[in-house]
Design a protein around this ligand. Structure first.
Ligand code: FEO
Length: 172
């Protein structure tokens, strides 16, 4: 039986991950409309990954006999003034999600909930990768996206990203 505080945090995290999916879809939407289809592809896949994150937590709660409360998903509320601002918002958002994940991890320690600690440690590692990817995108755009030719090539590279289900975990 999971502790009620842990259940509440995990339940909220499902909503935050689904909001993340919605936010990344809005970023994809921004780039699709601009004709930068490679960038749009990258963020579209990112949205799929966020949906997976939500489903992992959803499954974990059900596997522990907890019924999930599905909450309203907020409207994406970020303003994108230019291409770089989209990438910067993505990094800020991932830093925010990292803080949420760390809060859950800390709570599992307080509750001696070793099972959830093991489960959430996958997300701790994942957040490291998410922040690295977000910073990498900013670096690439700053280095290569300042002229038309560089932006064209970068867009082409980002078009190659393919969806992969989360490694080492089962979302079936
Ligand atoms: Fe689910 Fe991008 O963190």
């Amino acid at each position: 039986m999971l502790n009620s505080k842990i259940i509440g945090l995990l339940n909220d995290q499902i909503n935050k991950e689904l909001y993340s999916a919605y936010l990344y879809l809005d970023m994809s939407n921004y780039f699709e409309h601009k004709g930068l289809c490679g960038f749009a592809n990258w963020y579209y896949i990112q949205a799929q990954e966020e949906r997976d994150h939500a489903m992992l937590i959803y499954k974990y709660l059900h596997n522990n006999d907890v019924k999930v409360s599905l909450l309203p998903i907020a409207k994406p509320d970020k303003t994108f003034n230019n291409d770089l601002s989209v990438l910067e918002e993505a990094l800020r958002h991932e830093e925010y999600v990292t803080a949420l994940i760390h809060k859950i991890y800390a709570e599992t320690e307080l509750c001696n909930d070793y099972r959830t600690r093991e489960f959430i440690s996958w997300f701790v590692t994942e957040q490291d990768e998410e922040e690295t990817n977000a910073r990498d995108m900013i670096n690439k755009l700053e280095l290569f996206g300042t002229d038309g030719c560089g932006l064209y090539l970068l867009n082409k590279e980002l078009a190659k990203r393919e969806y992969e289900a989360p490694k080492g975990v089962n979302i079936e």
